[in-house]
Ligand binder design. Structure first.
Ligand code: FAD
Ligand code: SF4
Length: 402
């Protein structure tokens, strides 16, 4: 890798480009933001959709790549520890209980980092992402809650080098973090911490509008939503009310094209390259799922341990039949009538997979769907783009022939 200084000719040339002018991954671009900076020169190597290199970067970030013969490693990535946790005093307005924002604030207050890359929303639109480098707890708090749209978090990377900052925390999703790991050595940092969230089924701002309008009874008042472990989408509205729509009642025909092509071809649901991952899918309902991948991850979790209740992760049920049945249903765009969808949701919630088995259900369903998507739309990429762990996971199921 060649080094790029702020005054190099390539840098000046890159600065002359308008943000968004070049997207080498074309329709697969997830708008991670790298190409809005002079680090675009690393795009062929760094872009998650042009160069899948999870195993190599796991080795670089965690000291080893995942062991495919260890089922937890294969599914959830390199990990030292997994736990279920929630804040004793949740942060009002956070996506879950606010563990991510709390860690970021503690890292800043303790002086372990000088800035935090996170994403606020624009003044005009609560869902339009506005990445920033936060330097105060207030700025971090203002970035709480998911912006459920593709977000160019890495577009602020040039500011890091220019600011002279030496210790940085970056919060982001898998595709952003793969690109970040590739250019990490070029940022002039002494220390980089990476706090990730899982991510799946993201959308453009226009796609989000279509999803809300197709699925919610009051799209304009939705403040946040989540695909929950009870097999329903929970929409929270401005007045605090929660609307629940069963997964099986979603209008799959209408929604088939809503998810971004990048997310339909992504196999890094669990954010393999972050030091610490905070999601929900492997935890009981109401709790967050925390995966510590390396010592930096442990250091970050330790900063907030006294603010958390924790319990061990558990696993119950058998996902395999439900995943196998969902493959042709999704493929053929089957939509159940709402009464049947509700009934199915109730039954599956009672007897269906829980805890880590729910997380495996979600990973299997998305990886099989995405494998078919890449096979059909980008067959030439299939072999190199699908990581070995994802091939192992997909091989457990019978897929349609074409
Ligand atoms: P908060 O304290 O509310 O902080 C949220 C943080 O997320 C903020 O720091 C903000 O900077 C960052 N953020 C917001 N939007 C984006 C974005 N678009 N890109 C990058 N960073 C962003 N978890 C699962 O277990 N399964 C899933 O399928 C899943 N899908 C997700 C999809 C998206 C698009 C995102 C952003 C997250 C997803 N998560 C998923 C993670 C989960 O929803 C919560 O974000 C996580 O548990 C942290 O909750 P919190 O209350 O601690 O976060
Ligand atoms: Fe560039 Fe990121 Fe899009 Fe890849 S995903 S083309 S690195 S902006």
């Amino acid at each position: 890798m060649t080094s790029l200084t702020p005054n190099s000719a390539k840098h000046k040339q890159a600065r002359a480009l308008k943000p968004g002018a070049i997207r080498p991954a074309k329709e697969l671009c997830s708008e991670c933001g790298l190409c809005d900076t002079y680090y675009i020169h690393y795009v062929k190597e760094a872009c998650a959709f042009l160069n899948q290199q999870v195993a190599k970067l796991e080795q670089q970030a965690h000291g080893r790549s995942r062991n495919l013969d260890n089922p937890d490693d294969c599914y959830f990535g390199v990990n030292q520890k997994m736990t279920a946790a929630r804040k004793i005093k949740p942060i009002e307005g956070a996506q879950w209980t606010g563990i991510v924002s709390t860690i970021a604030i503690e890292m800043l207050n303790s002086g372990k980092v000088e800035g935090v890359v996170c994403v606020q929303n624009t003044k005009e639109d609560r869902f339009a992402p506005m990445p920033i480098i936060a330097r105060t707890p207030e700025e971090i708090l203002a970035a709480r809650v998911n912006k459920p749209t593709l977000s160019p978090n890495l577009s602020v990377l040039e500011q890091v080098e220019k600011s002279g900052m030496k210790r940085l925390l970056v919060i982001g999703v898998g595709c952003q973090i793969q690109a970040l790991r590739t250019v990490e050595q070029q940022l002039g940092l002494e220390k980089l911490y990476v706090l990730g969230t899982p991510c799946v089924d993201n959308v453009t701002r226009a796609g989000l509008q279509k999803f809300l309008e197709t699925t919610s009874h009051s799209p304009e008042t939705v403040v946040h939503y989540e695909f929950m472990q009870d097999f329903r989408v929970h929409f929270k509205h401005e007045d605090g009310s929660i609307e629940k729509v069963p997964f099986f009642g979603l209008n799959t025909k209408e929604l088939k094209d809503v998810f971004a092509p990048s997310c339909m071809s992504c196999f890094d649901y669990v954010n393999s390259l972050a030091d610490l991952v905070v999601g929900y899918m492997g935890a009981p309902f109401g709790w967050q799922w925390v995966v510590v991948r390396n010592n930096k991850g442990l250091e970050m979790l330790d900063m907030v341990q006294n603010q958390l209740e924790t319990q061990p992760v558990t696993s119950k049920g058998d996902r395999k039949q439900a995943v196998q049945q969902s493959i042709p249903a999704y493929d053929q765009g089957v939509t159940l009538p709402m009464w049947a969808a509700k009934m199915m949701g109730v039954v599956i919630e009672k007897i269906g997979p829980k805890g880590l088995e729910y997380a495996r259900f979600s990973i299997d369903s998305h990886f099989t769907r995405n494998y078919l998507y890449v096979k059909r739309n980008h067959p030439e990429k299939l072999e190199a783009h699908v990581p070995d762990y994802a091939k192992r996971i997909v091989e457990q199921y019978k897929l349609p022939d074409s």
